[in-house]
Design a protein around this ligand. Structure first.
Ligand code: NDP
Length: 480
């Protein structure tokens, strides 16, 4: 994809045979895979080739009822009364099985989602396993965690998006199980397969039936789940728009809620920053997972005095990124997850040009089939432009400049979101000064997109509320 590097990589394909994809999948309810009531299904496709991968059951309202009933039963009779030390054993088993079957999970994730195998193998799957390990450790120590005589909430209804399908399932299930809750989880329509493999792992770990239920389907299935009166706690990750809908429907119900919604993070580079490191951080911030990341550093704020130098280096770096087959171990940029998401990225990028920003992408050949978008940079972006305000959720970076630290803070905070931010500078005092003024749940300093199960993650304002990870994330699943 580049004319600036003097040599090419040889193909390094990951063996696909490690994964067996069944022609069809049922719903995982009460420890068994069963067809949906009414027998409806949908097709999940490989976004890199548009090849159908499998037919998946589409859960109807009757299935949601069945899953919630199974979860309630398991909560009251098995999982709720079980001592924490025994619950921990099951959660450890799940963690170990994910680690043992890591390559299988990684290949399946890349096939169903389109993300590069390097990322699913090195980030998504190890972090998913780490979440179960970390939370297994909490299961028998809840009474020492400072929550008082905390009890589990009951049945958790959990709805997750398509950008980190396995990892988001782990973020939701691990703390809920450690705290003694049972779960009904709905994965996104375009990426159900790794959640279903995780269901198989639950069987393999001999998790008691009904403790984890996984129901596949589209938006209506999610809506039926979160509206179900048998659900005591709703945990949602997805768009701000759907988050607001869920909030409206849950208002006054007294149920516990956590919402992890969109973002439009600023990645702020000061003139004293180590520029090579900053370039890597910017690339990681917005091009990791094709920019399908709620905390993506999608607005670059660079100090005017170094803007030209930084942008030169950034363009050179982008020209060396390799876009293509997600299962090639050298690939940096994989496929866009769906036709619908590709259309949205195209529409917002066209709006950026119409509004006067300058668009640039490196020379880049896109594959003929599948959903693809080249890494893209917009300069001369005004704060009022749609590409500076709206979440694009794609490999598109909007660049703005600033002169003083105060101006950087004002521009960084000029967004309805408040999920994350990045700062690049040599001065520790400036990091602290800026971090105190950023309205963001997470601020990374001289790094970006760092995650750890022990570290709480979440936002405020239009980015939602509540935290996932760490002691705080556990608290969201306890009635303290
Ligand atoms: P959604 O918010 O629509 O989807 C997230 C999850 O919610 C999916 O499982 C979805 O099901 C489900 N869902 C959809 N409608 C409802 C509903 N009314 N009640 C309950 N659950 C529902 O995100 P999209 O996939 O449509 O993506 C749209 C935009 O959202 C993206 O372009 C991006 O900007 C943003 N987004 C942000 C994410 C984040 O992590 N903050 C993650 C994903 C998207 P299904 O997918 O099957 O329809």
């Amino acid at each position: 994809m580049t004319d600036t590097v003097p040599w090419e990589y040889a193909p390094a394909p990951q063996e696909r045979g490690i994964v067996t994809i069944a022609p069809s999948y049922g719903l995982f309810v009460n420890g068994e895979f069963t067809p949906a009531a009414g027998g409806r299904t949908f097709t999940t496709v490989n976004p890199a080739s548009e090849e159908p991968l499998a037919e998946v059951a589409l859960a109807a309202e009757a299935d949601v009822n069945r899953a919630v009933r199974a979860a309630r039963d398991a909560f009251e009779h098995v999982w709720g009364p079980m001592p924490g030390a025994r619950r921990a054993k099951y959660i450890y088993r799940i963690a170990r099985l994910i680690a043992e079957r890591a390559r299988e999970f990684a290949v399946l994730e890349s096939l169903d989602n389109g993300k590069p195998i390097r990322e699913s193998r090195d980030v998504d799957v190890p972090l998913a396993s780490a979440h179960f390990f970390y939370h297994a450790g909490w299961a028998d120590k809840l009474e020492y965690a400072g929550f008082g005589r905390a009890r589990p909430v009951g049945v958790a209804g959990q709805v997750i998006p398509w950008n980190f399908p396995l990892l988001m399932a782990a973020w939701k299930l691990a703390p809920a199980l450690a705290a003694g809750n049972t779960c009904v989880l709905k994965p996104a329509e375009t990426t159900p397969l790794t959640a279903l493999l995780l269901a198989e792992v639950c069987q393999q770990a001999e998790l008691p039936p009904g403790v984890v239920n996984i129901i596949t389907g589209a938006g209506e299935t999610g809506a039926a789940l979160v509206a179900h009166p048998g659900v005591d706690k709703i945990a949602f990750t997805g768009s701000t728009e759907v988050g607001k809908e869920i909030l409206r429907s849950a208002a006054g119900s007294g149920r516990k809620l956590t919402m992890e919604l969109g973002g439009k993070a600023a990645n702020v580079v000061f003139e004293d920053a180590p520029l090579e490191g900053a370039v890597e951080g910017i690339v990681n911030g917005i091009f990791f997972n094709q920019g399908h990341v709620c905390c993506a550093g999608s607005r670059l704020l660079v100090q005017e005095s170094v803007a030209d130098m930084l942008l030169d280096r950034l363009r050179r770096r982008l020209a060396a990124l390799r876009l293509g087959d997600p299962l090639d171990k050298n690939t940096d940029i994989g496929a866009i997850n769906s036709r619908q998401q590709l259309d949205k990225i195209r529409e917002l990028s066209a709006a950026g040009e119409t509004e006067g920003a300058e668009r640039w992408s490196p020379p880049c050949q896109l594959p003929d089939r599948g959903y693809w978008f080249p890494p893209t940079l917009f300069t001369g972006v005004s704060q009022s432009s749609r590409i500076a305000r709206e979440e694009i959720f794609g490999p598109v970076l909007s660049v703005l400049t600033f002169r003083t630290p105060e101006e950087a803070v004002a521009k960084a905070n000029n967004t309805p979101y408040g999920l994350s931010a990045g700062v690049w500078t040599e001065k520790g005092s400036r990091i602290l000064w800026l971090a105190q003024r950023m309205r963001a749940g997470v601020v990374w300093a001289n790094t970006y997109n760092r995650f750890d199960p022990a570290s709480p993650f979440g936002g405020y304002r239009e980015s939602g509320f509540g935290r996932e990870g760490g002691r705080q994330g556990l608290g969201a699943y306890l009635d303290a």
